[in-house]
Structure formats: structure tokens, C-alpha cells
Design a protein around this ligand. Structure first.
Ligand SMILES: Nc1ncnc2c1ncn2[C@@H]1O[C@H](COP(=O)(O)OP(=O)(O)OP(=O)(O)O)[C@@H](O)[C@H]1O
Length: 203
């Protein structure tokens, strides 16, 4: 399994945000994308999740272009953006269940347990606090079988306890051969993480 980004450039509304960004990920590896506000972290992650087109460059999953050969890539990654992609009228269990079905797993009970969501399982997600919504989103992630996690600010709204819990879960994902690409303003202090600083090539 390999994920590679070569000479990527991004433009938003006539503005060149970054260029010449290259990196690669193999099984068990993670990259922490860092940079000032507006450096292009979210844009980079959205491009990697096929939600935005790059201005230039290439991204491959197992040597296949992700924009040309989307079929193999689609089931291989899970993107968590700034906004929670939750259906508010559906319960916590139903939201997690939807995504585990999409990815062909049935690990809803374990996902609920891992983020202490059992007592909230039958609550509509529209009634949750910000931190509880974030935990539901992270539980969706662990209920999926996606190899590559693409995470935009996964720590926002989490308290210390759940940051530690998420970190432990991320390490387990990497130890099992998974990969992660994440942007945070806070250092997760993970030893095996490579750093991609978008400020290094600041435009
Ligand atoms: N929908 C959009 N339309 C036009 N320009 C945008 C859009 N979204 C972001 N931009 C611009 O693209 C640039 C990069 O934004 P992006 O959100 O990727 O940065 P970021 O590094 O994630 O920032 P932050 O740390 O503040 O979240 C910014 O200059 C921003 O104004």
C-alpha cells in the first residue's frame, strides 16, 4: 500500500496557495501537516480526499492516479473535515452504523465503546455537544475499514482525556498497517510522525 503526492500546487479563487508539495506514505506511517492560518492545510487534505482539484501535480494510491482510478481509492480512505458530516435527526448509533455499512464493516458496538458513546447511542446527534459530535465522528472513523485516514483538525473540541484516547487509537491504526494524514495546530507528540510544514515553502 502506498500513497504519493508529487509536485502538487493549489489555487483558490485566483490565489496560488502552495506549490511543489511532495510526500509519500507507506503502511504504518503518518504525516502531520502544519502551517499558519491560510497556509493551505485544509485545501491539501480536501485535494487528497478528491473534494478539490489541484492546479498541478499528481496523487497516486498504489501507483494509480486517484483522480483517474477512483474505484480502488474510494473504499481505501476516510476523510474527516472541519464540519461534522452527521445527520442530525439520526442517532449516534445510526450515524456510525451508516458509515460502517458503507465501508463494509460491522464494528459499531466496538466503535461506540472506544469513544465512550454507549450512553449516547440512541440520542439524535443534533442534540450533542461539540465534543460529543467530534467523538461520534471519530467513532465513525474507527468503525470504517479505511486504510488511509485524512483528518482535518481531529482534536478540536476534544478534552484532554479524549485527545489521549484518540492518540492511542491512531497509534493502533498505524501499528495495524494503516496510514494517516492529519492537520492540527496542536502537537500530538507522536514519535513516528513525519512533518510537512506548508510554511517552509511560503508563497
Ligand atoms: N472556498 C474557498 N474559496 C476561495 N478561497 C478559499 C476557499 N477556502 C479557502 N480559501 C483560501 O485558500 C487559502 C488556504 O485556505 P485553507 O483553509 O486551506 O488554509 P488552512 O491552512 O487550512 O487555514 P486554517 O489554519 O486557518 O484552518 C486561504 O487563503 C483561504 O482564504
Amino acid at each position: 500500500m502506498s500513497f504519493a503526492v508529487r509536485n502538487l500546487a493549489c489555487q483558490r479563487a485566483e490565489q496560488l496557495v502552495f506549490e511543489n508539495v511532495s510526500f509519500s506514505l507507506a503502511s504504518g506511517e503518518a504525516i502531520w501537516v502544519r502551517g499558519r492560518n491560510g497556509a493551505g492545510k485544509s485545501s491539501l487534505l480536501r485535494i487528497c480526499a478528491r473534494l478539490l482539484s489541484p492546479l498541478a501535480g499528481e496523487i497516486t494510491w498504489n501507483d494509480e492516479d486517484i483522480f483517474k482510478d477512483s474505484e480502488t481509492y474510494v473504499g481505501s480512505y476516510h476523510y474527516l473535515g472541519h464540519q461534522e458530516a452527521l445527520k442530525y435527526a439520526m442517532t449516534v448509533r445510526e450515524n456510525i452504523g451508516f458509515w460502517s455499512m458503507f465501508h463494509g464493516t460491522e464494528d459499531v458496538v466496538s466503535a461506540l465503546e472506544q469513544f465512550d458513546l454507549q450512553k449516547l447511542a440512541d440520542t439524535p446527534t443534533g442534540l450533542l455537544s461539540q465534543g460529543q459530535k467530534k467523538r461520534t465522528n471519530l467513532a465513525r472513523l474507527v468503525a470504517s475499514s479505511a486504510k488511509l485516514w485524512i483528518l482535518d483538525e481531529p482534536l478540536s473540541a476534544l478534552d484532554k482525556h479524549y485527545i489521549a484516547l484518540f492518540k492511542e487509537r491512531l497509534m493502533r491504526h498505524l501499528a495495524a498497517g494503516g496510514m494517516a494524514l492529519f492537520a492540527t495546530h496542536q502537537d500530538l507528540e507522536l514519535e513516528q510522525v513525519k512533518l510537512l510544514d506548508l510554511d517552509d515553502g511560503a508563497l
